[in-house]
Write a protein that binds this ligand. Structure first.
Ligand SMILES: [Zn+2]
Length: 199
C-alpha cells in the first residue's frame, strides 16, 4: 500500500489569497535563493537547509496509488499547496542524487507558480527530447541551484583533471546533470567516458 499524501492544513487569513511560502520566493533566481538563505557557500549545496529556511516541507512518498488513480506512470515529484504552506514530494525509492535534482527542479516550479494557485503540480518523467521549453528552464534552474557557477569554477580550478564524474561527486549530483551544466556553461571537461569535451 502506498503512503498517504498528507500535510497540515492551515487556513489563510480572511482576505489573504496568496500562499505565503510561494509568495516569498516568487520569481527569485537560483542565485538569489542561495544567497538569501545563506547556503551559497555550502558544498555540496545544503538543499535541506535551503528548503527548511524557506519553509517548504519536503517529503518522500510512494506514488504508486496516485499513478494508478491518474492512470499515469513515472511520477517523479509533486508540489502541493494548502493555505499558506507548500510541500514538495519526491519518489522515495529514488537515489540521493535523483532526489536532490527532483527537489531542486520542484523548487524551481515553486518559484514560478502563481502564489494564489491551489492546483497541485505533478511532475512526470519526460524524455529529454520531448521536454518543452519551460521544463528545460526548470532543469537549468535546478542546475544553477545545485551547481552554482562561482562554486563550480572554484572547484574546477582546484582539480588537476576536470572530470565530470569527479565534479558530480563533489556536488552530489548525477554525472549527466553535471555534464549538462558544464555543457550549458561551455566549460571544457573530461566526460564520463574519459573523452575530452572542449569549448
Ligand atoms: Zn517540471
Amino acid at each position: 500500500m502506498g503512503q498517504m499524501i498528507y500535510f497540515d492544513m492551515y487556513r489563510r487569513e480572511e482576505g489573504d489569497t496568496m500562499c505565503k511560502v510561494l509568495e516569498k520566493i516568487h520569481n527569485k533566481t537560483a542565485e538569489e535563493l542561495l544567497k538569501e538563505y545563506d547556503v551559497y557557500d555550502s558544498l555540496p549545496i545544503d538543499l535541506e537547509k535551503l528548503v527548511t529556511s524557506i519553509g517548504l516541507s519536503v517529503l518522500p512518498v510512494d506514488f504508486t496509488l496516485l499513478e494508478e488513480a491518474l492512470n499515469k506512470k513515472d511520477i517523479l515529484g509533486l508540489v502541493l499547496t494548502s493555505g499558506n504552506d507548500a510541500a514538495i514530494f519526491y519518489r522515495k525509492t529514488d537515489s540521493v542524487n535523483r532526489k536532490r535534482f527532483t527537489i531542486a527542479h520542484e523548487l524551481a516550479h515553486c518559484c514560478h507558480l502563481d502564489p494564489a494557485t491551489t492546483e497541485p503540480h505533478i511532475e512526470y518523467r519526460i524524455d529529454e527530447d520531448k521536454k518543452d521549453e519551460f521544463e528545460r528552464k526548470m532543469d537549468i534552474f535546478a542546475g544553477e541551484l545545485l551547481i552554482p557557477f562561482k562554486k563550480l569554477k572554484e572547484v574546477y580550478m582546484s582539480l588537476e583533471i576536470p572530470a565530470s564524474a569527479v565534479l558530480a561527486k563533489i556536488f552530489n549530483v548525477s554525472v549527466s546533470v553535471m555534464e549538462a551544466r558544464l555543457n550549458y556553461l561551455k566549460i571544457s571537461h573530461y566526460n564520463n567516458k574519459g573523452i575530452p569535451v572542449t569549448y
